[in-house]
Write a protein that binds this ligand. Structure first.
Ligand SMILES: Nc1nc2[nH]cnc2c(=O)[nH]1
Ligand SMILES: [Zn+2]
Length: 447
């Protein structure tokens, strides 16, 4: 439909083979022997379910044929990841949230004033996530504007679609904070400078760290900046019970944690809030009414003993939801891990209460792809292979030589689920963002 309004770009590539994706109507659609075209501007030009046999042999000669052990799936969307925390993933899993932040996180994030250190870590996290199939990432950086701009540059250089947030915090026990005025001024500079770069796929996101590290004044100013510039917003909410208690103490006038953000105009249809493990039904209703979304980060929620989010209940409230790795609260930067842990968490809820209806593999596949794109208000651009969307895709080989999977019983429709349960980056042989091959990595552009 929307493709009709544009002048048609020429077709640049055609791929033939199996495609798996989710749509609004179908949780998981597997299209075998399909032909998918990508045009010169990186968009899906056509997806034919059963291509007619062409009479002339040369008509399809230019298509790339997938192996029978391969399929294409949409790139995965990591709706919540802390790029600087990649530097200590898996090494600090022994404290609950508030102590964890003070002991490990703030001292490490303070080091990102050093642009050389930032360059090293940010290059590694962008490469690692891309290799693991994250075509879109919603990043928290640190309070440092220049290092945050550098993260934007690195994502752009490697061709990853990304939101980047300069973190704002004007209250903290340690020195890792800014004044309210600095937060506001530097956020405006960050937004202006990042937009000025005109990176096609990298955009700024307004990022109050979370209510306990922001004054009401700052939250209000950030809400106003986001509104004025029509920008995305990200933060954390109701991750851990001590945090919820602290918010009650710090904002006694607010009815709930959600109400704090709502009061300062921080809940919009372009807001993504991480965690939400302890939200009440009333708060979920407020999410639904404002169009704000949740990022479910199961690895982090378990690793920091924060809680178990009931995704089924979130979906019942018609709240948009995507998955996140929440590195380094989560110890894995891989979205395949987030898929598995989402399924595990849901099954734990069923063990606790047999009436709970556990999420299916197909539902979680949708959350990792289309769900994430909806949560980030990007579903007109990415999330599946609908005509007119950008071709953000993973070429998966279920059984590459030296890979982690032994293909024994090859029941075709189940191959995708087996690959996502058992596979890793060795199975993700190519990654495309907006039609461009970004894994294997591109040569960095000359300065
Ligand atoms: N998991 C997690 N929760 C937070 N809440 C506020 N900051 C953070 C953070 O860096 N990680
Ligand atoms: Zn987080």
């Amino acid at each position: 439909c929307c493709a009709l309004n544009r002048p048609r770009a020429k077709i640049a590539h055609v791929y033939r083979g199996t495609f798996m994706h989710s749509t609004q109507d179908t949780t998981l659609e597997i299209i075998e022997d399909a032909l998918l075209g990508v045009d010169t501007v990186g968009k899906v030009s056509h997806l034919l379910h059963s291509p007619k046999k062409k009479k002339k042999k040369n008509v399809n000669d230019f298509h790339a044929l997938l192996r029978c052990s391969e399929f294409f799936m949409p790139g995965m969307v990591d709706t919540h990841i802390h790029a600087p925390q990649y530097s200590y993933t898996g090494t600090a899993m022994d404290l609950p949230l508030l102590q964890w932040l003070n002991t490990y996180t703030f001292p490490v994030e303070s080091r990102f004033k050093d642009l050389k250190f930032a360059h090293r870590v940010y290059t590694e996290v962008v490469k690692r996530t891309l290799k693991n199939g994250t075509t879109t990432a919603c990043y928290f950086a640190t309070i440092h504007t220049d290092a945050s701009l550098l993260l934007g540059k690195i994502a752009n250089d490697f061709g990853q679609r990304a939101f980047v947030g300069k973190v704002c915090m004007d209250r903290n026990k340690s020195d890792y904070k800014e004044t309210t005025q600095e937060c506001q001024k530097e956020t405006c500079r960050f937004i202006a400078e990042l937009l000025n770069k005109k990176y096609p796929l990298v955009k700024p996101v307004v990022t109050p760290r979370f209510a306990p590290s922001c004054t009401g004044d700052l939250l209000g100013q950030l809400g106003a900046i986001a509104r004025k510039n029509n920008l995305h917003i990200q933060s954390h909410i109701s991750e851990n019970v001590d945090e919820v208690k602290l918010v009650k103490e710090l904002f006694p006038e607010s009815k709930s944690y959600t109400d704090v953000y709502h009061k300062y105009n921080l809940l919009t249809d372009k807001t993504v809030m991480a965690h939400g493990c302890h939200l009440t039904d009333e708060e979920l209703t407020l999410f639904s009414e404002t169009g704000a979304s949740l990022s479910h980060c199961p690895n982090s929620n378990i690793s920091l003993c924060s809680g178990l989010l009931n995704v089924r209940n979130v979906l019942k409230h018609k709240v948009k939801l995507g998955l996140g790795t929440d590195v380094a609260g989560g110890y894995s930067a891989s979205m395949l891990d987030a898929v598995r842990r989402t399924l595990d968490t849901s099954k734990v809820l069923t063990i606790q209460n047999p009436k709970h209806q556990a999420l299916t593999f197909d539902e979680v596949f949708r959350l990792a792809t289309l769900g994430g794109s909806q949560a980030l208000f990007l579903d007109d651009q990415t999330g599946n292979f609908e005509v007119g969307k950008d071709f953000d895709a993973l070429r998966v080989n279920v059984a590459p030589p030296g890979g982690p999977i032994d293909l024994i019983l090859c029941d075709k429709p189940k191959v995708g689920s087996g690959a996502l349960y058992k596979g890793d980056d060795r199975n993700i042989v190519e990654v495309f963002v907006a039609g461009r091959k970004v894994v294997p990595f591109m040569e960095p552009a000359a300065e």
